[in-house]
Design a protein around this ligand. Structure first.
Ligand SMILES: *Cc1c(COP(=O)(O)O)cnc(C)c1O
Length: 450
C-alpha cells in the first residue's frame, strides 16, 4: 500500500470533517500507517511530528505502552455495557477520581461520548435545573464573542465562530453574545489583566439586564482554542464567578480543549481559583485514544432532579455509548500517568523551551503577536503589523504553512492565519526545536510573496 492508492480509494467513498473536499483535487490526503510518540508515519514512509496532538486530543503520544496495556486489559473482561441500570468498575473509579481531582463543589459525574455532547448535556441540565426549581422564565444562554463549543446544533448555538455558525443561523438558539476578554486587541501599554477586566463590563451589563431569563453563561476558560487560539487573563473568570452568584446564573466551564494540563494547570479554572457549576471535559480525557466526555456538577444541581419518578424531574438524556468501558480504562491509564510522572511540573520546562524556541518570531514583520498559555503557543500572521491589517482570508496563508510543514516533517494545521504548537506532552526539547524551525521558516515562506 502507498499513499496514492489509499487516498484514491478514500476520496471515492469518504467525506472528511471540516474539509472542502474539492481542495483534495490539489492537496494530498495523507493516510497514516502508524504512530509512535509524537511521530506519525504515512504509507510512503514520510515522518511527521504531530504538533497539534491530532486535534488537541493526544497527551502522551501515539501508541503509548501504558494506555495500550490498560485498554487490552479491559478488552479481556468487558468492552461495553448499557449504562442505565448497569455500571462497571472502570466507570465508577473514573468518576471517583474525576471528582477528587476537580474543585470540591463538583461532586457528580455524567458521561457522554464527545465534547459537543458534553456541552449539550450541560446546557440541558442547566435549563432543566431552573425548570425543576420553578424558575421557568430562564430559557437563554450567554456566550463570548469568538467562542467555540462544538458543532451539534445546541453547541453551535452557544459558539460564535462565523465560519462554522453563520450558515446554520436559522436553525439555532438565540443567545446573548458579549465581548470577549481576549487580549489581542488590548491598547499599547495595557496589560492583559487590565484588558480582560475592562471587557467584563459588557458581561456585567448583560447579566444585570437579562439575568431573569438566563440559565447559564458558557465560557472556554483562558484560551479560545478554535477561535484562533486567543487568550485572556484569569481575572475575567473570577469576576464572572462572582457575578453569576450575584445574579443567580449558572457558570458552565467548557474545558474540553484546555483541560488536562494544556494551560499549565490540570484545569484552567484553577488559575482563577474558581469552581464552575458545570465542568465539561473531553478530548484529552482518554489521552486521545477513544471518544469519551463528561460533565461534572454540584450536589445542588443533582438534588433538584432527585425526586419520586412521578414528579418527572429526571434527566432523561442518553447516548448509546455512555460510559464506554474501554474509553474509561483509557482515561484511568491517562490519569495514572498524570499521577505517576509529575506531568504538570515537567510541562513547565517544555513550555519554557517552546517560548524560547519561538521567541524570535516576534521580530517578524508579518507576525502580529506570539502568545502562550502553558502548552499552547500561537503566532498570528498579519499583513501589516502597524495598522494591524489582516491578510485577506481568501489568500489562505495558513494553508501555505500547512503545506510547508508537510514537506519538512511537521503536522502544523494553522487556524486561519494563526500558526500554533499544541504538542503531546511527551515531546522532547529537540523535537520542539525542530517544530520551531519549521514554523518559523513556514511563516517566512507563507508571508514572503503576494
Ligand atoms: C473541540 C471542542 C468541543 C467539541 O468537542 P468534540 O469532541 O469535537 O465534539 C467543545 N468545546 C471546545 C472548547 C472544544 O475545543
Amino acid at each position: 500500500m502507498d499513499n496514492k492508492t489509499l487516498s484514491h480509494r478514500d476520496l471515492k467513498t469518504l467525506w472528511h470533517p471540516c474539509t472542502q473536499m474539492k481542495d483534495h483535487e490539489r492537496l494530498p490526503l495523507i493516510p497514516i500507517r502508524r504512530g509512535q510518540g509524537v511521530w506519525l508515519e504515512d504509507f510512503d514512509g514520510r515522518r511527521l511530528i504531530d504538533a497539534i496532538s491530532s486535534w488537541w486530543v493526544n497527551l502522551f503520544g501515539h501508541c503509548n505502552p501504558r494506555i495500550n496495556a490498560a485498554i487490552q486489559d479491559q478488552l479481556g473482561t468487558l468492552e461495553h455495557v448499557i449504562f442505565a441500570g448497569f455500571s462497571h468498575e472502570a466507570g465508577i473509579e473514573l468518576g471517583e477520581r474525576l471528582v477528587a481531582m476537580t474543585p470540591a463543589e463538583l461532586s457528580r459525574v455524567f458521561y457522554a461520548d464527545n465534547g459537543s455532547a458534553a456541552v449539550e448535556v450541560a446546557l440541558k441540565m442547566s435549563f432543566h435545573y431552573w425548570q425543576n426549581v420553578g424558575q421557568t422564565k430562564k430559557t437563554r444562554f450567554v456566550n463570548l464573542h469568538n467562542s467555540y463549543h462544538g458543532e451539534t446544533l445546541g453547541a453551535l448555538s452557544v459558539g460564535d465562530v462565523a465560519l462554522y455558525k453563520d450558515t446554520y443561523a436559522p436553525l439555532l438558539l438565540d443567545v446573548h453574545t458579549v465581548a470577549s476578554p481576549d487580549c489581542f486587541h488590548r491598547e499599547p501599554g495595557e496589560s492583559c489583566q487590565e484588558y480582560s477586566q475592562r471587557k467584563f463590563a459588557d458581561m456585567e451589563r448583560c447579566l444585570a439586564e437579562h439575568h431573569a431569563e438566563i440559565c447559564a453563561v458558557i465560557v472556554e476558560p483562558l484560551v479560545q482554542c478554535a477561535g484562533y487560539m486567543r487568550m485572556y487573563d484569569p481575572v475575567y473568570l473570577r469576576l464572572l464567578r462572582e457575578a453569576c452568584d450575584r445574579y443567580g446564573v449558572h457558570l458552565i466551564a467548557d474545558e474540553v480543549a484546555v483541560g488536562f494540563g494544556r494551560t499549565g494547570t490540570l484545569f484552567a479554572c484553577e488559575q482563577a481559583g474558581i469552581a464552575p457549576d458545570f465542568l465539561c471535559i473531553g478530548k484529552g480525557l482518554t489521552g486521545g485514544y477513544l471518544p469519551l466526555s463528561a460533565v461534572l456538577t454540584t450536589d445542588t444541581v443533582y438534588d433538584a432532579f432527585y425526586a419520586d419518578y412521578e414528579t418527572l424531574r429526571a434527566f432523561l438524556h442518553s447516548h448509546s455509548y455512555t460510559g464506554n468501558a474501554l474509553a474509561c480504562a483509557a482515561a484511568l491509564a491517562t490519569l495514572d500517568i498524570f499521577a505517576q510522572d509529575d506531568v504538570i511540573t515537567a510541562n513547565r520546562g517544555l513550555a519554557q523551551h517552546m517560548a524560547a524556541a519561538m521567541q524570535d518570531l516576534e521580530d517578524n514583520p508579518h507576525v502580529a503577536e506570539v502568545r502562550q498559555t502553558g502548552m499552547i503557543l500561537a503566532a498570528e500572521m498579519i499583513k501589516d503589523k502597524h495598522t494591524r491589517t489582516p491578510y485577506p482570508w481568501q489568500e489562505r496563508r495558513g494553508l501555505r504553512v500547512f503545506e510547508y510543514g508537510l514537506e519538512h516533517g511537521a503536522l502544523l494545521r494553522p487556524l486561519g492565519d494563526v500558526v500554533y504548537l499544541m504538542p503531546p506532552y511527551v515531546i522532547s526539547n529537540d523535537e520542539i526545536d525542530q517544530l520551531a524551525r519549521v514554523a518559523r521558516d513556514g511563516i517566512q515562506h507563507a508571508t514572503a510573496s503576494a
